[in-house]
Design a protein around this ligand. Structure first.
Ligand SMILES: [Zn+2]
Length: 102
């Protein structure tokens, strides 16, 4: 699917802040965490009601060489197109077990 046709998916999930099921929307931001020789990369979603964050894992505990440097830079820069590539990819999100909104 072309970039222009992609739309961010919402994730339906119980929110610990609201105490009930809410829609989480993509914040467009990534979070990168380095822990020794392991890297985590998440795409950050937020509850549309209270703003509580949900970290959607893209990479978890991978050695740094697993992530192409060019891609890694885009995570650090919060590249918006890249965020939409993940947030618009229903297969990616479903594969992680999330329930998706429309
Ligand atoms: Zn909430």
């Amino acid at each position: 699917m072309s970039y222009a046709k992609r739309k961010n998916c919402t994730i339906i999930r119980r929110c610990g802040g609201c105490g009930k099921k809410k829609s989480f929307v993509c914040s467009g931001k990534f979070r990168v965490n380095a822990n020794g020789r392991r890297l985590d990369v998440w795409l950050i979603y937020r509850c549309e009601k209270c703003g509580r964050t949900l970290n959607v894992p893209i990479y978890e505990r991978v050695p740094p060489e697993r992530i192409p440097p060019e891609l890694y830079d885009r995570f650090l820069e919060n590249d918006r197109k890249l965020a939409v590539e993940y947030a618009g990819d229903r297969g990616f999100l479903k594969g992680l077990g999330y329930e998706l909104g429309k």
